[in-house]
Design a protein around this ligand. Structure first.
Ligand code: C2E
Ligand code: MG
Ligand code: MG
Length: 257
């Protein structure tokens, strides 16, 4: 408990002292590695402890109420930076379910787009099914308002959690991201391969594009190409890029994978 209190105190300080930065991981066409854009991933370098994983501090920020402020900063920064990229590159931003319970989420996103000058169709919001679990009318209203404005909505980590197919039915997602656990098991486990194929087929028939997460090997990529997967993201293509190395990637038409 004490450890968490310290971390919470440090996170508040990190936000004030700009110890946080965004790294950007390329999203590419599965078969020709053409660069579609980048997913913004939050990084925290603690002055004493070094890098702390977002898998640790995002849940903490959600519990202690810092996620609204943190999430706004991420969204604004990512949109500001993406507005300077070539106009055919999109930016994907992760949103916490808690941000969605906030009544004015659609308004906030649209205001940020307006202020940063980023076209709505260059922003992709990644949400997990947690957003839809307490599926209030307001959540759907928010998602529909964003979609109507041209923002794309993608369902992250698909296949973990409940993965209720009714989510796909209730809200017209633009993209499904297959969770990396399935991609890693694909080669050894025929059942995982079947699930990956089924999700790709499902996406295809619902006209939802499919991204595979965590693609690390050429073998995985080849299996995904054969299965008809649209996009891929993973260390095979590129790691999340720090601001120092990002410049070399942003103008590239395709990745070397
Ligand atoms: P996510 O949205 O599913 O992001 C993908 C995660 O997979 C990232 O971890 C990325 O570094 C990692 N990854 C990508 N390709 C590979 C690969 O080939 N191999 C391996 N081993 N890992 C790969 P990261 O950056 O640690 O982020 C973890 C999670 O934290 C994210 O999962 C997302 O849920 C959350 N997160 C990160 N940034 C934000 C943010 O700004 N806001 C919110 N709400 N959540 C965030
Ligand atoms: Mg994501
Ligand atoms: Mg994911």
């Amino acid at each position: 408990l004490q450890e968490r209190r310290h971390l919470e105190r440090d996170l508040r300080q990190a936000m004030a002292e700009r110890q946080l930065e965004l790294h950007y991981q390329p999203l590419a066409n599965c078969d020709n590695a053409r660069l579609l854009g980048f997913e913004a991933l939050l990084r925290w370098t603690h002055p004493e402890r070094g890098p702390i994983s977002p898998a640790v501090f995002i849940p903490l920020a959600e519990e202690c109420g810092l996620i609204m402020q943190l999430g706004s900063w991420v969204l604004r920064t990512a949109c500001q930076e993406a507005a300077t990229w070539p106009a055919d590159k999109i930016v994907a931003v992760n949103l916490s379910p808690i941000q969605f319970r906030h009544a004015d989420m659609a308004k906030e996103v649209l205001t940020i787009l307006d202020q940063t000058g980023l076209a709505a169709n260059r922003l992709e919001l990644e949400i997990t099914e947690g957003v839809l679990i307490d599926d209030t009318d307001r959540t759907l209203e928010t998602l529909n308002a964003l979609k109507a404005a041209g923002v794309r909505i993608s369902l992250d980590d698909f296949g973990t959690g409940y993965s209720s197919l009714s989510y796909l039915h209730r809200f017209p997602f633009d993209k499904i991201k297959i969770d990396r656990s399935f991609i890693w098991e694909m080669e050894k486990n025929p059942d995982s391969m079947s699930i990956v194929r089924a999700v790709i087929a499902l996406g295809r028939s619902l006209r939802i594009t499919v991204t595979a997460e965590g693609v690390e090997t050429a073998e995985q990529r080849d299996l995904l190409i054969k299965a008809g997967c649209d996009y891929a993201q993973g260390f095979l293509f590129a790691r999340p890029l720090s601001p120092e190395v990002f410049e070399a990637f942003v103008g590239a038409p395709a990745l070397a994978a």
